[in-house]
Design a protein around this ligand. Structure first.
Ligand SMILES: Nc1nc2c(ncn2[C@@H]2O[C@H](COP(=O)(O)OP(=O)(O)OP(=O)(O)O)[C@@H](O)[C@H]2O)c(=O)[nH]1
Length: 199
C-alpha cells in the first residue's frame, strides 16, 4: 500500500452505461439495479484488511460523459490504481477506453508500476457480444495490464476483480523493493521497455 496513507484510491473509468456504478455497487453493497441512472461522480469507502493492518479502499465511480476532462485528470492524478471498464456488447465502449489509457500513461508515466485492470462487463449478455474475450486479453497484453470479464448482474468475478487489483498492488510493492537493489542502467532499460503503447 502507498506510504503515509491508509486510503488506497481506486478509480473506475469507462464509457456511459458500461456498468461502472453497477460493478461498484455490487462490490460495496451487494446490490444490482436494472434501471440506468447516469453518474457524475460518486465515492465509496470499504474497509479491508491488508497483511496485518486495516486500510480503506476508496473507490471513485467516475462519469461516462466526456464533458468533464478536468475532473478526469484530477481523478487520474489522485488514483493509486485503475479499473477500465467496457461492455462486451459494445465495441465502441472498448474504443473509448483508449484516450483514457493514454491519459493515465501521460499523467502517471511509468505505466507498469500502476495496477490497472481492463474489464469486459456484462458477460451475461453473450447473445449480444461484440467483443470477444480474446480481443480484451490482447488489448490488456498491449497495455501491460490485467484482464477480466465480469457481470455486475450475475455477480460473476466482481469480488475477484477487486481482489486481483489488490494482488497486483502487492506484487508491485514487492517488485519495487527488489527494484531498489538493481543497477541504474538496468532500471533505465526496464523503464524504456515499459513505455505505453496505444493501438
Ligand atoms: N446485463 C447486464 N446489465 C448490466 C450489467 N451491469 C450494468 N448493467 C446495466 O447497464 C445499465 C448501465 O449501468 P450503470 O452501472 O449505471 O453504468 P455506468 O457505466 O455507471 O454509466 P454512467 O453513470 O453513465 O457512466 C443499467 O441499466 C444496468 O442495470 C451487467 O453486468 N449485465
Amino acid at each position: 500500500m502507498p506510504e503515509q496513507s491508509n486510503d488506497y484510491r481506486v478509480v473506475v473509468f469507462g464509457a456511459g452505461g458500461v456498468g461502472k456504478s453497477s460493478l461498484v455497487l455490487r462490490f460495496v453493497k451487494g446490490t444490482f439495479r436494472e434501471s440506468y441512472i447516469p453518474t457524475i461522480e460518486d465515492t465509496y469507502r470499504q474497509v479491508i484488511s491488508c497483511d496485518k493492518s486495516i486500510c480503506t479502499l476508496q473507490i471513485t465511480d467516475t462519469t461516462g460523459s466526456h464533458q468533464f476532462p478536468a475532473m478526469q485528470r484530477l481523478s487520474i492524478s489522485k488514483g493509486h490504481a485503475f479499473i477500465l471498464v467496457y461492455s462486451i456488447t459494445s465495441r465502441q465502449s472498448l474504443e473509448e477506453l483508449k484516450p483514457i489509457y493514454e491519459q493515465i500513461c501521460q499523467i502517471k508515466g511509468d505505466i507498469e508500476s500502476i495496477p490497472i485492470m481492463l474489464v469486459g462487463n456484462k458477460n451475461d449478455e453473450n447473445q449480444n457480444r461484440e467483443v470477444e474475450s480474446s480481443e480484451g486479453e490482447a488489448m490488456a497484453k498491449k497495455w501491460k495490464c490485467a484482464f477480466m470479464e465480469t457481470s455486475a448482474k450475475t455477480n460473476h468475478n466482481v469480488k475477484e476483480l477487486f481482489q486481483e487489483l489488490l494482488n497486483l498492488e502487492k506484487r508491485r510493492t514487492v517488485s519495487l523493493q527488489i527494484d531498489g537493489k538493481k543497477s541504474k542502467q538496468q532500471k533505465r532499460k526496464e523503464k524504456l521497455k515499459g513505455k505505453c503503447v496505444v493501438m
